[in-house]
Design a protein around this ligand. Structure first.
Ligand SMILES: [Zn+2]
Ligand SMILES: [Zn+2]
Length: 346
């Protein structure tokens, strides 16, 4: 099969012909019809993720058709249209047994712990636990755009953030995660404030549901601005970017008993940011992480998509070919435009 391969971290990936994958006994092989480009792929390529061994095929936001199934697979057949969350649970450990596959102790991540979906085919293990059937009307590009940023935001807003109608929600950073969160929180009936450094992204945030915006490059004190708009602070706030400043602001702009959810990755020098712990105690603030979403929770999100309350297709950006993927991957470190880039031609 054709695949995007890198043999050294930070060196230009190339298109190569590599052996087709075989399904594990509990796994399937999927013919990839669409695969999203994500900043996590860039981190992986740069060598920031110690789970990767070389040579490597990146790609973790995928949708396609099952073309082979292992002997132990009972729920899936060849020809079914599917997607998969980026954190694939083993289905057997304590966390998986308790329904928390997103933090499985033995999780695999296509494109990180194993070869990913920047290829014509990808192998996914533990298919019965992890695959999600696509509604007939959903295109592959939209389905691929769900697997990482959109489902992570759904879990962050709905399950971890427990947003209820009428609450104020602040979303720090309007990349793929942030825009998804704004759309989801707005659909949940919250009043959403979008915070970013560019007017272009903030204008788009307003179009998909934000009721107020703050341009942090022109606002000296973001925390104060959020408190003014919300008359005392946000009920729930999220750092969608993953930076010490946005993380701090997201906690500091909460009202009493507010909830902060950290979704943006904090890697390298940013892994141990400052936290206003005095305020966490005095205001009884909650701080939670959010890491992907279990396959079985997709159903609630899919119903909201089917009924038009969520429109993930609005967040799909440029469509490119696999041949264009190496250049697009390398560019993810410096620039993230509006919308999720998706490879749709292989
Ligand atoms: Zn991703
Ligand atoms: Zn597990």
């Amino acid at each position: 099969m054709k695949a995007v391969v890198f043999e050294k971290f930070g060196e230009t990936p190339t298109i190569q012909t590599v052996p087709d994958p075989e399904p594990a006994s509990e796994g399937v092989v999927i013919k990839v019809e669409a695969t999203g480009l994500c900043r996590s792929d860039w981190h992986g390529w740069m060598g920031h993720d110690d789970g990767i061994s070389l040579p490597h095929v990146p790609g973790h936001e995928l949708a396609g058709v099952v073309v082979a199934a292992g002997s132990q697979v009972t729920r899936w057949k060849v020809g079914e249209r599917v997607t998969v969350p980026f954190a694939v649970g083993c289905g057997h450990c304590f966390e998986c047994s308790s329904g928390n596959h997103q933090v499985c102790e033995h999780q695999s991540q296509p494109g990180f712990t194993a070869w990913g979906s920047f290829a014509e085919y990808v192998a996914i293990d533990h298919a019965d636990t992890n695959l999600v059937r696509l509604p007939d009307e959903m295109e592959f590009a939209t389905a691929a755009s769900l697997g990482c940023r959109f489902v992570t935001s759904f879990r962050a807003i709905v399950d971890q953030g427990r947003v209820t109608p009428g609450e104020w929600v602040a979303v720090h950073g309007c990349g793929g995660v942030g825009l998804s969160a704004i759309m989801i929180a707005s659909a949940m009936g919250a009043n959403v404030i979008a915070i970013d450094l560019t007017d272009e992204k903030l204008d788009f945030a307003s179009k998909i549901g934000a009721v107020a915006t703050i341009n942090a490059s022109k606002t000296p004190n973001v925390v104060k601005a959020v408190k003014q708009i919300t008359n005392g602070g946000a009920h729930m706030s999220m750092d969608a970017l993953g930076h010490p400043t946005t993380s701090f602001n997201s906690i500091a702009n909460l009202r009493r008993r507010g909830r902060h959810v950290q979704v943006g990755l904090m890697l390298g020098d940013h892994a141990r940011p400052q936290i206003p712990m005095d305020k966490v105690i005095a205001f009884e603030l909650e701080i939670r992480g959010s890491h992907g979403m279990q396959a079985y929770r997709y159903q609630a999100m899919m119903e909201m998509i089917r009924n038009g309350k969520l429109k993930p297709e609005l967040l799909v950006g440029k469509r490119i070919s696999l041949d264009e993927a190496p250049a697009a991957l390398m560019a993810m470190g410096t620039f993230e435009g509006i919308g999720i880039g998706v490879v749709t031609r292989f």
